[in-house]
Write a protein that binds this ligand. Sequence first.
Ligand code: 13P
Length: 258
Amino acid sequence: AIPAVNIFDDLSLRAAIKAAERESSPIIIQASVKTARSIGVRMLTCMVQEAASRTTVPVALHLDHCPDQQMAHEVIAARWSSVLFDASDRDLATALKETREVVNSAHAVGVEVEAEIESIVGVEDGVGSDVAGHAYTTRQLADFVEQTNAGLLAPHVGTAHGVYKGRPNLLPERVAELVTMTNRPIVLHGGTGLTAAEFRSFIVAGVSKINISTAVKEAYMRAAANHLSHAEKTQHWDPPSMFRDVSVAVEAAVAEYI
Ligand code: 13P
């Protein structure tokens, strides 16, 4: 399985790639629509291209949870590696039509599409819901990827975005079924907080892409908070030394998950 790590700026981007180097792993760098909009698609594309050109590990660039066709087309035009077109908030017929349109324009220029039509519980950077929405049968999901020709599928497998409050009811057997039925890479959302044994059961079942976001945010913000409280006490205000602390913390968190 390939780790897919959400980044928020150049600091987290470079730290995630350093972690991949340290673990000799390929990495999918992904950004939420919120991050892509705040940095700008063009600048973010340049940042990742530049960082990728300086490393020996394979780096892909992916847009996470995008419910907006316009935004999907923007990153397709910028030749990102892939985009998650998130149609989980619409009815099946609309999801089918819109996903097919995104897949067609993506495939025309060699970009791949991750499809999502079931809701994965939890809000990720403003997209999603805390209430479970659509649930489909594995047959319906397999037919959906067949009819849209989407290259990857993100099904509901019992995981959720954010911090787990209790132990989730995980469904690795659903992954195994979908791997056989779709012959597509299956994506695991909500990686933060799963145990090593839980990750292993999903990987054995055939999961190919594992998303990690909350752990990166937490490592980033805790390191910044610790640094700032120390700066306040010592009255020593030096941004580059805070960036260093944040980088070290993010690299360690990402390496741990890889
Ligand atoms: P976590 O924030 O729970 O790690 O989930 C990440 C994710 O699935 C991004 O789409």
